[in-house]
Write a protein that binds this ligand. Structure first.
Ligand SMILES: Nc1ncnc2c1ncn2[C@@H]1O[C@H](COP(=O)(O)OP(=O)(O)O)[C@@H](O)[C@H]1O
Ligand SMILES: O=P(O)(O)OC[C@H](O)CO
Length: 505
């Protein structure tokens, strides 16, 4: 038998998932990742822990599945995107904690770029907006704040990478300093049309070229894991950002197909084929994947929402509203409506389509009758309503109508949330049997590079439906609920005035 080992390094956990040649899961191992919040608006990870955890779970899944490393045809690597690591090329030691995608510390600099009139040029070259979400301003912050980092970078001693680069560097014992087009397209430094690092962007963010990894296709052998890690060298057949991987794992290969992943955040991607569609509605244009050095890239429109499953975690850990994540579903279902209560989870500002770094969380409509259950229900509704905002904006950009939504990610297990999504959007929601589509997409891309699967048709035939959630609300009910939500969203916007995210009170 042939297997593919997917390494899925997410925001909240590191996973290793073993797939067989029919795309079925053979084994899973997972470890929670410690989050660090050293300052208001800061979110950090320890890159050493990311590496150690990823090796540990990979070894564990091989051991528990009793699959020897020489039966693994390929490693497929997928990762939380934008999160920025700076390390010493010689020792392989990081200079600081990784700055996570959710971190807002560079918001002031990004706002300044907008004020100086750079937003259109940035969007034209990179498909992105000048926002602290992306890697460039995080890297600039590291270079400016770690003693001697700039001079060391100028001497070529340092390497920058997103988590894919960092893990491949470690897996190959420092032999490969690479990234793929999908991850590069999230840095704000990569020109998505020429497929090169962009000189103007490097200058704007003051980033020396010597720091940058070599950009590769998403599906290609970029190196082999060192023999001592798994007892046998394994080809690394793919690197791909996790949201693009999920789009691939959902087999959204045709133009016009859409998926939404419900994880820490929500990420809705629409395949636009080989055309980089420019959004008029504040969606991002991003690279989906590239199948090989001679293949064209596939582009996507993306709507990124910062707080989705993280809202549920906040209710659980921050407010202590319930004990286990899955408790939210029965609690929310114990009432039939929120009684006009809305929660806007702008805890780290708002992403698409609002892009307001100064928005902050809001709960409105509380009465003496408001109970825990109403808050839990409003939290689930907030996830589906944010996704609906993105769907509406994306429909306006799309050349063809969006007719269905494929879903995945941890929170897609929540049936109530999926029914809300169908009701609020008026679209049928399709949930596949395998919701680990991020890992599956990375496995497919690696397996396609290493001969496990011959072509996209074979891979497409693996997709199996678990359940369809049909919309049940009338158009009037849907529209008035959305209007009420949008009133709540308006009220939470521009709440802080300090773009850096510091608490000004
Ligand atoms: N039954 C559920 N209902 C609502 N949210 C859930 C449920 N199960 C998991 N989640 C949320 O999904 C997220 C985990 O999903 P996952 O896809 O593993 O995320 P990530 O890849 O971002 O780490 C967490 O934020 C968690 O709160
Ligand atoms: O780790 P996830 O699944 O929440 O995904 C994070 C995204 O890649 C951030 O852009």
């Amino acid at each position: 038998m042939t297997y593919v080992l997917a390494l899925d390094q997410g925001t909240t956990s590191s996973r290793a998932i073993l797939f067989d040649a029919s795309g079925q899961i053979v084994g899973v191992a997972q470890k929670e990742l410690q989050q660090y919040f050293p300052n208001s608006g800061y979110v950090e990870h320890d890159p050493r822990a990311i590496w150690d955890d990823q090796v540990q779970v990979s070894r564990q899944v091989l051991k528990e599945s009793r699959i020897p490393a020489d039966s693994i045809a390929a490693i497929g690597l997928t990762n939380q995107r934008e999160t920025t690591v700076l390390w010493d090329r010689r020792t392989g030691e990081p200079l600081a904690n990784a700055i996570v995608w959710q971190d807002r510390r560079a918001a002031a600099f990004c706002a300044e770029l907008t004020e100086r009139g750079y937003a259109d040029r940035i969007h034209a070259a990179t498909g992105l907006l000048p926002d602290a979400y992306f890697s460039a301003s995080k890297l600039r912050w590291l270079l400016d704040n770690i003693p001697n980092a700039r001079s060391r970078a100028d001497r070529g001693e340092l390497a920058f990478g997103t988590i894919d680069s960092w893990l491949v560097y470690k897996l190959t014992g420092g032999a490969a300093h690479v990234t793929d087009v999908s991850n590069a397209s999230r840095t704000l430094l990569f020109n998505i049309h020429t497929l090169q690092w962009d000189d103007e962007m490097l200058e704007l963010f003051d980033i020396p070229r010597s720091l940058l990894p070599v950009v590769c296709p998403s599906s290609m052998v970029v190196g082999h894991s060192e023999a001592e890690i798994f007892g046998h060298p394994i080809p690394i057949g793919s690197m791909v950002g996790d949201q693009q991987a999920a789009t691939f794992g959902q087999t959204c290969f045709e133009t016009g197909m859409v998926k939404n992943t419900y994880g820490t955040g929500c990420f809705l991607l629409l395949n636009t084929g080989d055309i980089a569609v420019t959004s008029n509605n504040r969606m991002l244009t991003t690279i989906g994947w590239q199948m090989g050095p001679k293949s064209p890239v596939s582009y996507c429109l993306e709507g990124s929402i910062f707080m989705a499953g993280a809202t549920v975690q906040w209710l659980r850990d921050g407010l202590g509203l319930f004990t286990r994540t899955e408790d939210i579903e029965p609690l929310a279902a114990s009432v039939t409506s929120t009684d006009d209560l809305f929660l806007v989870p702008a805890l780290t500002g708002l992403g698409a389509p609002y892009w307001d770094a100064n928005a902050r969380g809001l709960m409105i409509g509380m009465t003496r009758g408001t109970e825990r259950a109403h808050i839990a229900r409003a939290a689930l509704e907030s996830i589906a309503l944010q996704v609906n905002d993105v769907l509406q904006a994306m429909s306006a950009d799309s050349r063809q109508p969006i007719t269905q939504l494929r879903v995945d990610g941890g929170a897609s297990r929540n049936n109530l949330l999926m029914q809300m999504q169908a009701d609020f959007s008026g679209l049928p929601v399709f949930r596949p049997k395998v919701t680990e589509t991020t890992a599956l997409g990375a496995a497919y891309l690696a397996g396609l590079a290493c001969g496990v699967w011959p072509d996209l048709e074979t891979v497409s035939s693996h997709w199996q439906l678990d359940r369809i959630f049909e919309p049940a609300w009338s158009e009037d009910r849907r529209q008035s609920h959305i209007e009420r939500w949008q009133q709540a969203v308006e009220r939470c916007q521009e709440w802080t005035t300090d773009q850096s995210g510091k608490n000004i009170k």
